[in-house]
Design a protein around this ligand. Structure first.
Ligand code: ADP
Length: 598
């Protein structure tokens, strides 16, 4: 993470260190050289001075000459602070300020001596074996008038002072260098951090953006390249967030549209993956979208016909449609439209639109059934009338009793025909809502009594007891004639389908507001102790022409339309009707109507 920062710091420190070290070396070198130059000059001057002040003695007694040279050397040493040595041209030392010449070896091999004999003056810087320190030697040749060499005078001086000075400088320089490196390290680390810190922040921000967190912002830095980069990053986060929000909104919008569509919609990608599975499709197929989205459509195992259609459309790339029968979760007929999708994001998959046509098909079937039933119902009495009338017209029947019975049959059948036609007309008018209801307040107790009165003769004939139970002052707003039709129809059925000696009963009671439907209602129950209705027929008895037992119903003069008319009339009053029954024990028809009509 911080490698760049450290690298930058190390580079700075190295550069500064090298510069300072190079400067130090150069300084030391020139210090040393200039001191040595100065020393050489001084020693050359001293040599000249020495020769002027005390010239080499002439040809005298060698013992005295040596004595004199030695004294001279000691005196000069005391005055100038330099070691003085007198050497003969053959290298023999004849006088020395510090040591006994007799103990000293031949000096002809000394560099400064050789140089002096050749060039007149010579220098050398080396370690003195006898004094064990570095010395600067300067030697000058002494010649007589003819120019023959008499000897060599040599001065020697320690350079320890200069060396000490240099060591001191080195120490100071070392400390300075260390301090400088330290300061440079701190300063350059801070400077490097100044550069890398914003970069690190940006890296971190970019990482979070990659993880879809678009709320991150890089602190706006200076107006330099790094600052510009930060601002560009912030702008990018802004626009990304905006785009993502737009995408989310439009996705949610699309989802809402899809989920609130009355049709089921499935979208299949080219590789067979389900990409869209809307709520209506969930309902129709009885499957959960989560179990299928992102997976292959072949997972819809319970809907084999549908998966086969999808396979076909994916292969043929031609639009297809078909009507499917679903048995799960309930019996349904569904029309499926399949369209191949081409290119783009849909990558050549297919779109499936499912339409529930169960109600439509049921209606169509009811309509055709109705025509068949109506013709059938009309055919029987019409055939009877025609047959008996033809027989009478042929004149073969002479007996008055038979003629009369034939005429009675013709009459009865035409009455039946008439009732059937009337019921049909009534039903069609009610169904198409052409009957205007005239609402008025009806007091139920006297009203129900009147209905019982109407049916009483028929009940008496079958020895059926009629009972009534109704609260006093129970009013309802209704169309009195139509309400009469409802109650009378139910009573009539009760009497019809109850054997002799049975009982038919009507009861009315008020239901306070809040129970069931919410508003205030009245419940009218017509019950009997008759033959009852088998359980499997209960859901169908309100259908047109539906009869549990055709023969019995026809005998009782029924058309199979009564309950159908009753149900429609109840619904016109915004009420509901239900039936409970047990075969052999009796039936209960429960009608609930609102007390007030809008
Ligand atoms: P119908 O004119 O034949 O009586 P409805 O529509 O009134 O026709 O009744 C339909 C069928 O319901 C009848 O054929 C009958 O089988 C049955 N049903 C109606 N009411 C009763 C009842 N109270 N007891 C037994 N069966 C009944």
């Amino acid at each position: 993470m911080n490698r760049f920062r450290f690298k930058l710091t190390a580079l700075f420190v190295l550069l500064i260190g090298l510069t300072v070290a190079a400067a130090g070396f150069w300084m030391q070198w020139s210090y040393w050289n200039s001191h040595l130059d100065t020393l050489r000059d001084r020693m050359a001057r001293e040599l000249r001075l020495l020769q002027e002040a005390a010239p080499w003695p002439g040809e005298e007694d060698p013992v005295r000459q040596r004595e004199w040279l030695r004294e001279q050397a000691v005196r000069f040493k005391a005055a100038a602070g330099m070691r003085v040595t007198y050497i003969l041209p053959d290298g023999v030392v004849v006088g020395d300020s510090d040591r006994d010449p007799a103990q000293m070896d031949n000096h002809l091999d000394r560099e400064e001596v050789r140089q002096a004999l050749e060039d007149g003056i010579g220098y050398s810087l080396r370690r003195s074996e006898s004094l064990e320190e570095r010395m600067m030697y300067a030697a000058a040749a002494v010649r007589d008038r003819e120019g023959r060499p008499l000897g060599v005078v040599r001065l020697a001086m320690s350079v320890a002072d200069i060396e000490r000075g240099m060591a001191r400088t080195w120490l100071g320089l070392g400390f300075g260098l260390a301090l400088l490196v330290l300061v440079a390290a701190v300063v350059s680390y801070r400077a490097a951090r100044g550069v890398t810190r914003p970069l690190e922040r940006m890296t971190e921000a970019a990482g979070r953006m990659a993880a879809m967190d678009y709320s991150v912002r890089v602190p706006a830095g200076a107006r330099d390249e790094v600052g510009e980069l930060g601002r560009a990053l912030n702008a990018m986060a802004d626009s990304l967030r905006q785009k993502v929000e737009e995408i989310r909104t439009s996705e949610a919008r699309l989802r809402t549209v899809l989920d609130n569509m009355p049709s089921g919609v499935l979208m299949i990608a080219g590789d067979g993956t389900v990409t869209v599975f809307n709520r209506q499709a969930e309902r129709m197929l009885g499957e959960r979208a989560d179990d299928h989205t992102g997976r292959s459509y072949t997972g819809l195992k319970r809907h084999y016909e549908l998966t086969r259609l999808i396979s076909r459309v994916l292969e043929s790339r031609e639009p297809l449609h078909g009507e499917l029968a679903f048995h799960f979760p309930e019996e349904r007929r569904v029309e499926a439209q399949l369209v191949p999708l081409d290119g783009g994001a849909a990558d050549s998959g297919a779109l499936v639109v499912l339409q529930d046509v169960t109600a439509m098909r049921r209606l169509e079937k009811m309509r055709s059934d109705f025509v068949a039933n109506a013709s059938h119902e009309l055919k029987t009495p019409a055939a009877a009338v025609k047959g008996f009338a033809e027989t009478l017209l042929s004149g073969t029947v002479k007996d008055e009793g038979t003629v009369r019975s034939f005429l009675t049959i013709i009459h009865d059948e035409s009455v039946r025909l008439n009732r059937l036609v009337e019921d049909l007309l009534d039903l069609s008018r009610i169904e198409s809502r052409q009957v205007p209801l005239r609402f008025s307040p009806v007091e139920l107790k006297p009203f129900l009594a009147r209905q019982l009165e109407i049916i009483s003769a028929e009940a008496a004939r079958k020895n059926i007891r009629l009972e009534m139970e109704a609260e006093d002052g129970l009013f309802i707003e209704a169309d009195e004639d139509r309400l009469g039709q409802i109650v009378l129809n139910l009573l009539q059925n009760g009497v019809n389908y109850t054997p002799e000696g049975g009982r038919v009963r009507v009861a009315a009671s008020g239901l306070p507001a809040g129970t069931g439907g919410g508003e205030e209602r009245v419940r009218i129950v017509v019950s009997d102790t008759g033959i009852g209705i088998p359980k499997q027929d209960l859901p169908r008895i309100f259908e047109r022409f539906y009869r549990v037992d055709k023969a019995r119903s026809r005998n009782s003069g029924g058309t199979g339309l009564g309950l159908s008319i009753v149900k429609h009339l109840v619904e016109l009053h915004r009420g509901s009707i239900a039936v409970e029954s047990e075969v052999g024990a009796g039936s209960r028809f429960i009608v609930e109507l609102p007390v007030l009509q809008p």
